[in-house]
Design a protein around this ligand. Structure first.
Ligand code: MEV
Length: 421
């Protein structure tokens, strides 16, 4: 049963004008006129100046919307901030195919982040590690004293793990503080706790603390997404087989896996940026996770169900927040969260993973059939036409002509402009 009445399925969305698209989004997400005005506004310079150092202005990215998504039986439209053409159209198209079999299902684990404390210069590392574990409750209490609000919300430091690592500079003890960060990304909360624990761990072990910082390999905060892609809609079971042959290379070869995962991140980063989250943290976590078994591999996996349809699954760490950070300050990030209608970071993580899977399916599907350039070329040709000086009325004529000739080049665009003027 679909839980919301408004459908995210819409045909020919790309053919609408910008204002028609905004009208659709306004209606779908119950936006106010004030919300809508944010689409065309820029971050004010005072806010920008408070966010980072040495500010000169803002750097804009196009913000689009992917349509047709059903995730966990709910319709979603998904804001995406990206400079890359075809990405948003591809995600929307993949979501349309996934919809036939009910859309995406996704599940995010509890929001557990890891903080690392590095202890050095200890003679008896095994004894010191044992001492740390013997004082676990005391350590967790000091950590939790740093963030009463988080604890009141049901989060806070929950567990401790100790690892002994050998290194060229001697043995070291790495203490992992496991923190439930609730709806935050969690870096601030975890780093504050780690710094507060440092003196106590030094005293307890007679060692020296060096690093005390969050780990971006958030492998206790994992999201999984899954979808079934209808074989008929894909062009028949032989196309599913072609897809699986293409996918296999990503599973066995890091050279292909890097590109395959880049396609996943095309979707993921766009939404991470649109919601004001830290895309470097997500990227770092994703690629480290992709190497967890000793060889870098695909973050997604694909197989056929008993009826010959394609099943896709994606699993990766998901350190996203809906409170705190830039996402609270940046008006467009706040608006994007409103468009999604999300209530928890867990829900956002589930959307992010579903979008990543959609993006990945779309790329591999295109690569296994018509190739990626066909889709890319139309927007690329339009960009070249603009660069060559085509006016609004000339852009389509110039780009269509270049595509027809199979020659998408700046000098040819200039010639065509002269020919049609
Ligand atoms: C381009 O941005 C992403 C792709 O290369 C992904 C892939 O090859 O799977 C098309």
């Amino acid at each position: 049963m679909i839980s919301n009445k408004k459908s995210s399925k819409i045909s020919g969305f790309y053919k609408m004008s910008v204002s028609e698209r905004i009208e659709f989004v306004k209606d779908f997400s119950d936006l106010t006129e004030e919300d809508v005005s944010i689409f065309s506004s820029s971050l004010d310079i005072e806010t920008a100046d408070r966010m980072v150092e040495n500010v000169l202005g803002n750097f804009e990215l196009p913000l689009g919307i992917a349509v047709n998504f059903i995730i966990n039986n709910k319709n979603y439209i998904i804001p995406m901030a990206t400079e890359e053409s075809s990405v948003i159209a591809a995600a929307s198209n993949a979501a349309k195919i996934a919809r036939i079999k009910g859309g995406f299902t996704a599940e995010c684990s509890d929001p557990l982040m890891i903080g690392q404390l590095q202890l050095l210069h200890i003679d008896d590392v095994a004894g010191a590690a044992q001492k740390i574990m013997n004082h676990k409750n005391e350590i967790l209490k000091i950590a939790n004293d740093q963030d009463k609000i988080l604890v009141d919300l049901g989060g806070g430091a929950k567990d401790l793990e100790v690892r002994i690592l050998d290194s060229p500079i001697g043995k070291m003890i790495i203490t992992h503080l496991i923190v439930d960060v609730r709806d935050a990304m969690g870096a601030n909360a975890v780093n504050t706790m780690c710094e507060a624990l440092a003196p106590m761990l030094e005293e307890l072990t007679d060692g020296k603390i060096r690093l005390k910082i969050l780990s971006n390999l958030a492998d206790k905060r994992i999201v999984k997404a899954k979808a079934v892609f209808d074989k008929e809609k894909m062009g028949g079971e032989s196309v599913v087989d072609d897809f699986l042959e293409s996918y296999t290379l990503a599973a066995i070869d890091p050279y292909r896996a890097a590109t395959h995962n880049k396609g996943i991140m095309n979707g993921i980063d766009s939404l991470i940026i649109a919601t004001g989250n830290d895309f470097r943290a997500i990227e770092a976590g994703a690629h480290a996770y992709a190497s967890r078994n000793g060889q870098y591999t695909s973050l997604s996996s694909y197989y056929k169900d008993k009826d010959g349809n394609l099943v896709g699954e994606l699993e990766l760490p998901m350190a996203v927040g809906i409170v705190g950070g830039a996402g609270n300050i940046h008006p467009k990030a706040r608006l994007c969260k409103k468009i999604l209608g999300i209530k928890t970071a867990k829900e956002l993580g589930e959307i992010v993973a579903s979008l990543g899977l959609a993006q990945n399916f779309a790329a591999v599907f295109a690569l296994s059939t018509v190739g990626i350039q066909k889709g890319h070329m139309s927007l690329h040709a339009k960009n070249i036409a603009v660069m060559a000086g085509a006016t609004k009325d000339e852009i389509d004529k110039v780009s269509d002509q270049m595509i027809k000739e199979g020659k998408i080049k700046l000098d040819r665009a200039k010639e065509i402009i002269e020919e049609i003027r």
